[in-house]
Write a protein that binds this ligand. Structure first.
Ligand SMILES: Cc1cc2nc3c(=O)[nH]c(=O)nc-3n(C[C@H](O)[C@H](O)[C@H](O)COP(=O)(O)OP(=O)(O)OC[C@H]3O[C@@H](n4cnc5c(N)ncnc54)[C@H](O)[C@@H]3O)c2cc1C
Length: 438
């Protein structure tokens, strides 16, 4: 089968790209291994709500009537929302069609799926940033008697054995799971590495509102000093719910024991780094910097005196001598839950665009392979790129680049060559068009 563009993945990012391609009358299909919104259906735990308020799920070409714009969608509500979007934009989605290989050809890309073979002139990879939970190599040292679980397989505390739980990682996933497991009556130890502490609400508004209106989420990738770092910062410590701040202090209050990051597993013992107090202090400092930026912005807008005054939160409380090791069996730990982040799975991509760490090299979503684009990665084109709210603008800019690529690609090879243009249909190296600045 042939089309101009294949979009891989029918999450919100692939659908937003589909909408932008349709606006440009570009022939395309969206290939999805499961159902629309597959990740939200199959890879999330039962109690999860979006961390972003409902107003902050703006998708291109869609006005969804929202009962409660300041509410936080549950997973079934999120799936229904993305399904409504796919229907509203009449996205040409082929469900239950898993892409198993993508290869460069003379004419573009050969895409093999579990259903059929496709030929496309361009491909947009929107297959998600969180396909595989990261589990550190040291996990293989875990005694066989202790269950090892990732957030993709965790659903609720009921599936865990009675007994203690070690949750590794204190970003959004780790703090939420530590909280609900502790509340289920199991005692939780939380291993804390680098984390980003933020209040859920500040000066009468949700933190996401402040970051949105103050332009923090719009920070562009090409205006960022340390992009590598920006693309790897942990998720904010947040839980989707009205006004609840789920930070380390809240967890300590509910009985969770804090330890440093897991530095090793040896002889049935978890060894923790001694950096917990430093990590917590750094996190407090960064939170205050964010609040300073918000306060400065609010003052410049003349909001002081009209809204609640600035405030600062109590520093994170860390016990004087946090544990440096934990004998897992002796201390009754029955489960270790690895909330240590996620990574994409591009194992099916047979095009040489990977860096040494196996990540796709790209400039704001434009890869080095002509006609191959990427969507939905952290800080792809702006800070909000991996959020539902970020897909529309990224897709607008990338679809403009893609449309220009298709226009030039259409020209007879000899004409393009006579104009000294690189990367005609037969070229396999270099970039067809320079990356976008717009
Ligand atoms: C726990 C968690 C909570 C989050 N909470 C929020 C939040 O509150 N607000 C927010 O805005 N964002 C949130 N995000 C971030 C972000 O919205 C998600 O990562 C989102 O799923 C990314 O959208 P996407 O469309 O890029 O990828 P996905 O939603 O993962 O969609 C990718 C699609 O590609 C399909 N696919 C993958 N491989 C193939 C293949 N080989 N062939 C065919 N199809 C394939 C998948 O089945 C999937 O449907 C959260 C992420 C996680 C992990």
């Amino acid at each position: 089968m042939r089309t101009d563009v294949l979009v891989i993945g029918a999450g919100h990012a692939g659908l937003a790209m589909s909408r932008r391609l349709a606006e440009r009358s570009i022939d395309h299909a969206v290939l999805e291994r499961g159902e629309v919104a597959n990740s939200w259906r199959t890879e999330r735990w039962d109690s999860l709500r979006l961390l972003t308020p409902s107003w902050q799920s703006r998708l291109p070409g869609f006005r969804d009537p929202v009962d409660s714009p300041n509410g936080f969608r549950t997973m079934p509500e999120t799936v229904a929302f993305i399904e409504r979007y796919a229907r509203a934009i009449a996205a040409p989605v082929r469900t239950h069609t898993r892409v198993i290989s993508v290869r460069k050809t003379e004419e573009g890309y050969a895409v093999q799926t579990t259903q059929s073979a496709w030929q496309a002139r361009a491909v947009v990879i929107a297959s998600g940033a969180c396909n595989i939970p990261n589990v550190p190599g040291l996990a293989k040292e875990l005694p066989a008697s202790i269950a090892s679980l990732t957030p993709h397989h965790y659903r609720n505390p009921g599936q865990l054995e009675q007994g203690g739980v070690l949750v590794v990682g204190a970003s959004a996933t780790g703090v939420q799971l530590a909280d609900e497991i502790q509340r289920s009556g199991r005692s939780v130890t939380l291993a804390v590495g680098e984390h980003i502490r933020v209040p859920r609400r500040y000066r009468g508004q949700d933190i996401q509102w402040w970051m949105d209106v103050a332009g923090i989420l719009d920070t562009r990738y090409d205006e960022t000093d340390d992009l590598e770092r920006a693309r790897n910062v942990p998720s904010l410590q947040l839980v989707g719910g009205p006004g609840r701040m789920l930070d380390l202090n809240a967890l300590t209050e509910s009985g969770v024991r804090l330890a440093g990051r897991v530095a090793g597993l040896r002889d049935g013992k978890a060894l923790f780094s001694g950096s917990l107090a430093n990590q917590a202090a750094l996190s407090d400092l960064k939170m205050n910097r964010l609040l300073d930026a918000i306060d400065d912005w609010a003052a410049r807008q003349g909001l002081d005196g009209l809204i609640r005054p600035p405030r600062r939160f109590a520093p994170t409380r860390i016990e004087a001598s946090p544990p440096l090791s934990l004998d897992l069996e002796k201390e009754g730990i029955r489960t270790v839950l690895w909330a240590t982040g996620f990574r994409p799975d591009h194992s099916w991509l047979d095009v040489p665009v990977f860096d040494r760490k196996g990540r796709i090299r790209h400039d704001g979503g434009v890869t080095e392979a002509p006609g191959l684009y990427l969507m939905g990665m952290p800080f792809l084109r702006r800070r909000k790129s991996a959020l539902i709210d970020g897909a529309g603008e990224d897709a607008r800019e990338l679809s403009a680049h893609l449309a220009a690529f298709l226009r030039i690609y259409k020209r007879p090879r000899t004409l393009a060559a006579s104009h000294g243009e690189m990367n005609t249909a037969t070229s396999t190296s270099g970039q067809m068009l320079p990356p976008l600045n717009a």
